[in-house]
Design a protein around this ligand. Structure first.
Ligand code: NOJ
Length: 577
């Protein structure tokens, strides 16, 4: 079943990280023909859309987030014809396609940056980026104290065409990723044209990289708190390059571009901001359609924090007419099979020297429970390739095999993101576990990787893959993405419980088994033992169409509440009584 109008309000969107998904040409880096050959896996899984991390032309200094040509596919991944073929095959299967747009910065190999390097200070070519004179007697110091998200200064000095040391350019990420000057109308026009290029090809939307960073505060003054920490930097309030008010204008312009196309095309913001209320300002009716809910991702394995962030999200996003979104893993964070076991603060990659390394089985247990909670929530959910296989974070990657610029720029102090990017295992015992036929792999696959392969999991009804398939099917059939959520109180501090439509969800975070009410089990992250929900387990129970009421511990939903609920939660599809 393909979702209809405003599909993105309830869609489950699967992230393909193309380098690591499937590799048809055997060079050790995944590609579009490889992804096409595996497309039926996505249809079988039951996702509504695919978001592709970048596959545009790029020297790959940040795994494709350094784009040299926004209108072409990098030969590593294939050709525009390969992309068109994937898109057509996905659409035939009712799967929509979202591409990654990287507007904050280009690659140093982008023709505009090359022109800027060849042109003098003050030229129109340099005005497309953020070039400034340095401080100090000879301009030998960076123009301000901003730090790169990947470590070190956010400025790099250039050598002028006459061979003398010259100006500096800003790069919030790697020095191979110069930031555009979004106050320059030429940059804005160029990106509108890039949007049209992909919309004309038929894409259903864009995930917008570093949407929080496009505009920098006028003057580029020193930052009071320059130090970055955490997977995508600090989310501090004072940042002169996060969530500046002028970004909204850009998103409004883009919104209108998308609205001028048929179908429901969507913009999703990657915006690391401090609260849901702030992030919600980016998804007002005439701006983006969705924003990633990083507050949810960062909430950890704690019932109170989760309840708070779910409640806050279901208030803040619908209040501006947008759906809440949910995400537990992506290509920038430690896979949730490991992250949910970590003490707070240890979230910037793990490796052999990390002080605490989680065990896999207890981590998997939590991850399965976390997903069981997430996929019941109203709104739209994002999945990251491999989480449906319960993949572990790969810890044991040798220093010389690591590729994340974070690792290099911090001299190994921050392991960064390679551990969640290891190529996917498809078949146990095959070369590179079925990632390709040559056995090559751009990041080494660890021992035992094939035990998580798709063919192993499809044969085992208790596997994580089967859990995901079941949750996705039930979520879709019951339209849980369009539902309302009603909390169940009085279940103790260790249990999270809520109703959504005809499903009642319980999740037990405590050591003691929790006695469940009677009800048919629709899906469970682990076995329910004698009517009791064990620790770190979540379950969906069918309440059999019974109206939600005080007898089940919930707030009764009566007709008079409906209008109010719609206003509150933005749903048109509330449970009937
Ligand atoms: C966010 C992307 O998700 C990340 O992978 C990338 O390194 C930075 N933005 C810079 O583009």
């Amino acid at each position: 079943m393909t979702l209809g109008g405003e599909w993105w309000r309830e869609a489950v969107i699967y992230q393909i990280y193309p380098r690591s998904f499937a590799d048809a040409d055997g060079d050790g880096i995944g590609d579009l023909p490889g992804a096409l050959a595996r497309i039926d896996h996505l249809a079988d899984l039951g996702v509504d859309a695919v978001w592709f991390s970048p596959f545009m032309r790029s020297p790959q200094h940040d795994a494709g987030y350094d784009v040299a040509d926004y209108r072409d596919i990098d030969p590593l991944f294939g050709t525009l014809a390969d992309f068109d073929a994937f898109l057509a095959a996905a659409h035939e299967r009712g799967i929509r396609i979202i591409v990654d747009l990287v507007p904050n910065h280009s690659s140093v190999e982008h023709v505009w940056f090359q022109e800027a390097l060849a042109a003098p200070p003050g030229s129109a070519e340099r005005e497309r980026y953020l070039f400034r004179d340095g401080r100090g007697d000879d301009g030998e110091l960076p123009p301000n104290n901003w730090e790169s998200e990947f470590g070190g200064s956010a400025w790099e000095r250039v050598t002028e065409p006459d061979g003398t040391p010259g100006q500096w350019y800003l790069h919030l990420f790697d020095s191979s990723q110069p930031d555009f000057n979004w106050r320059n109308p030429e940059v804005r026009d160029e990106f509108t044209s890039i949007l049209r290029f992909w919309l004309d090809r038929g894409v259903d939307g864009f995930r917008v990289d570093v949407a929080h960073g496009l505009i920098k505060k006028e003057g580029l003054a020193d930052h009071e708190k320059p130090v970055n920490a955490g997977p995508m930097g600090s989310r501090d309030e004072l940042s002169p390059y996060r969530g500046q008010p002028e970004v909204h204008d850009i998103f409004r312009e883009w919104h209108h571009v998308l609205a001028s196309y048929d179908g429901d095309r969507v913009l999703c913001a990657e915006a690391w901001l401090s609260t849901a209320d702030k992030t919600a300002l980016w998804v007002r009716r005439d701006e983006m359609h969705q924003a990633f809910n990083f507050g949810y991702l960062m909430a950890g394995w704690d019932p109170q924090s989760l309840r708070d962030v779910i409640a806050e999200s279901l208030r803040a996003y619908p209040a501006v007419g947008a759906p809440a979104t949910w995400v537990l893993s992506n290509h920038d964070v430690i896979r949730h099979t490991a992250r949910l076991m970590l003490p707070p603060g240890q979230d910037d990659g793990i490796g052999p020297r990390s002080p605490y390394l989680p065990e896999y089985e207890p981590g998997l247990r939590r991850a399965r429970a976390a997903t069981t909670i997430m996929l019941a929530l109203p709104g739209s959910a994002y999945l990251y390739q491999g989480e449906e296989l319960g993949l572990p974070e790969v810890v044991d990657i040798s220093d010389d095999a690591r590729e994340d610029p974070t690792f290099v720029r911090t001299q190994g102090e921050r392991y960064g993101r390679d551990g969640c990017r290891v190529p996917i295992p498809w078949e146990r015992g095959a070369p590179a576990s079925g990632f390709n036929t040559t056995g090559e792999s751009w990041l080494p696959q660890p021992e035992g990787w094939g035990d998580h392969a798709r063919d192993v999991e499809i044969a085992d009804p208790r596997s994580t893959l089967h859990l995901y398939r079941r949750l996705l099917r039930e979520r879709r059939e019951r339209r849980l993405g369009r539902s309302v959520l009603v909390w169940i109180d009085d279940v103790g501090d260790d249990v999270l419980a809520f109703h959504t439509h005809d499903v009642t969800v319980f999740a037990n975070f405590g050591a003691q088994p929790f006695p469940l009410p009677t009800g048919q089990v629709i899906a469970a992250s682990g076995p329910v033992v004698d009517g009791h929900l064990p620790t770190d387990t979540a379950v969906w129970l069918d309440t059999g169409g019974v109206p939600i009421g005080p007898e089940t511990g919930g707030v009764p939903i009566v007709r008079d509440d409906v209008e109010d609920l719609i206003r509150k939660y933005g749903s048109e599809d509330v449970p009937s009584d």
